[in-house]
Design a protein around this ligand. Structure first.
Ligand code: NAD
Length: 441
């Protein structure tokens, strides 16, 4: 699947107002920060760390709140709130996405930043964890307005970011073009071009081959590794993918290419089901034309039924956090949950899924392909030397499988879930880096 074929997911190409359409699978939440802190507390208890270290690991190192006034195209003004949180930088510069979504708040950004710290550690990247967000619905604004919001946000957080301080990437509601605006604003203000301040950039300004599909590719590699433990391949299973944006759409296409039956997909407007599998090429054409999976004639609408509760082998939440809760975890019928999204499963849901023998390949491992190729992009930018797509894909696969095996080993040895194992590994790596550096002064 080529990078350029992707439906952008967050851009409604029809211009129709979908704001009144009810969202399926709307989270009923344990909120993200509660989930993140509960996960950390579990890892700290397992590792036997003291309360002082626990508090340090639970608390962001730095954060900034900014207000962003926007001059709208019609001459009026609007104000948005933006955040950048560096959760931990003991292992290297902060790394993490920038999210544009109306429900963004500082606690959500703190949770996402913490998960980035563990993710970078579990796949052994020399980064800490960070995240940014602006509480805006990008679908309601023109490209020119989004450019002004992005440039103002970047200039407000300028002292915190940089290729050796904190490196941004796309997340929900942002894309390669957003990263080009961040990179340009930062570079113009520093007086020279600095591609390493962001990753997930367009190829024309120093982006990496393979970055646009890297998260999805990693999700598929980790699914393959999980199935292999049971002697299965992708050709043996049916899959349901929630979210048809940057992560979900490519993952669905790659599953189908590998022979899996992708029987259900959804986006925020609705879902589809077709026993035996949905034709991905035709679906991509439909989404490119209409902006949504809804109305695709070659599959049935999902209606009120939740994609997460379908009778398929693998469920891939790849939309938003908090969708698997204690309410619906007992209803999941899949054997594997592979987390494309960050934080889709609450801590209570995790316990229920584990008790039911459902294998959860956790977000900090399953969706790490994006940050791995972001790291490759940053390395290439620092060296001004570009790798081939084949090199990138091979190195991505090696790193994903190496990390998967390390986590699976700990899970087997300690008789704990893949999530608890991934957290044990990563929290220990961060804590050891912190301890060996010592406290200043
Ligand atoms: P995106 O904005 O490109 O796509 C999000 C998709 O989810 C859209 O199709 C949207 O319609 C859909 N959606 C939103 N709410 C939904 C709901 N309630 N039910 C079903 N679908 C819904 O975002 P993305 O970049 O694909 O990110 C998706 C998730 O993956 C997020 O949790 C993000 O943090 C995580 N993630 C992204 C990357 C990356 O490289 N983009 C890397 C790691 C993790």
């Amino acid at each position: 699947m080529s990078d350029t074929l992707a439906p952008t997911g967050q851009v409604d190409t029809t211009g129709r107002d979908r704001a009144s359409t009810p969202a399926p699978d709307r989270p009923a939440h344990d909120d993200a920060i509660t989930t993140a802190k509960t996960q950390l507390a579990g890892a700290v208890a397992r590792l036997g760390y003291d309360e002082g270290l626990h508090e340090m690991l639970a608390t962001p190192r730095r954060e900034i709140n900014v207000s962003i006034p926007l001059r709208r195209d019609d001459g009026s003004t609007a104000l948005f709130h933006g955040y950048r949180v560096q959760h931990n930088v003991s292992r290297g510069p902060g790394k993490g996405g920038l999210r544009y979504h109306p429900s963004v708040d500082v606690d959500e950004v703190r949770a996402l930043a913490m998960w980035m710290t563990w993710k970078c550690a579990v796949v052994e990247l020399p980064y800490g964890g960070a995240k940014g967000g602006v509480s805006i619905d990008p679908r309601q604004f023109s490209q020119a307005e989004l450019e002004r919001v992005t440039r103002r946000y970047t200039s407000e957080i300028m002292p915190m970011i940089g290729p050796a301080r904190d490196i941004m990437a796309p997340d929900v509601g942002t894309d390669a073009r957003t990263m080009a605006w961040v990179m340009d604003t930062y570079s113009v203000n520093q007086g020279y071009t600095i591609p390493g301040v962001v990753t997930g950039k367009p190829l024309e300004v120093g982006g990496s081959l393979g970055r646009a599909t890297a998260t999805s590719r990693g999700v598929v590699h980790s699914t393959r590794a999980a199935l292999r433990e049971e002697g299965l391949t992708l050709a043996d299973v049916s899959v349901a993918v929630q979210g048809f944006g940057k992560v979900g759409s490519h993952a669905a296409a790659m599953y189908a290419e590998a022979g899996a039956r992708v029987e259900s997909v959804s986006d925020q407007y609705g879902g589809l089901y077709r026993e035996g599998g949905i034709d991905m090429v035709a679906l991509f054409e439909h989404v490119a034309r209409t902006g949504s999976v809804v109305g695709f004639p070659e599959a049935d609408p999902l209606g009120d039924q939740s994609l997460l509760e379908l009778e398929v082998d693998v469920v891939v939440p790849a939309a938003v956090e908090g969708v698997l809760t204690h309410d619906n975890a007992p209803l999941v019928r899949a054997r594997w949950v592979v987390e494309g999204a960050n934080g889709p499963t609450s801590a209570r849901a995790d316990t229920i899924l584990a008790e039911r023998g459902i294998v959860v390949v956790p977000d900090i491992l399953a969706n790490a392909g994006g940050v791995i190729v972001s790291y490759f992009e940053w390395v290439q930018a620092q060296q001004a030397y570009w790798w081939t797509e084949a090199e990138i894909e091979q190195r991505l696969e090696e790193r994903m499988l190496h990390a998967y095996d390390a986590v699976a080993d700990v899970a087997r040895r300690e008789k704990i879930s893949m999530r608890d194992a991934a957290l044990m590994l990563s929290v220990r790596r961060v804590a050891e880096a912190h301890k060996i550096r010592g406290l200043y002064p």
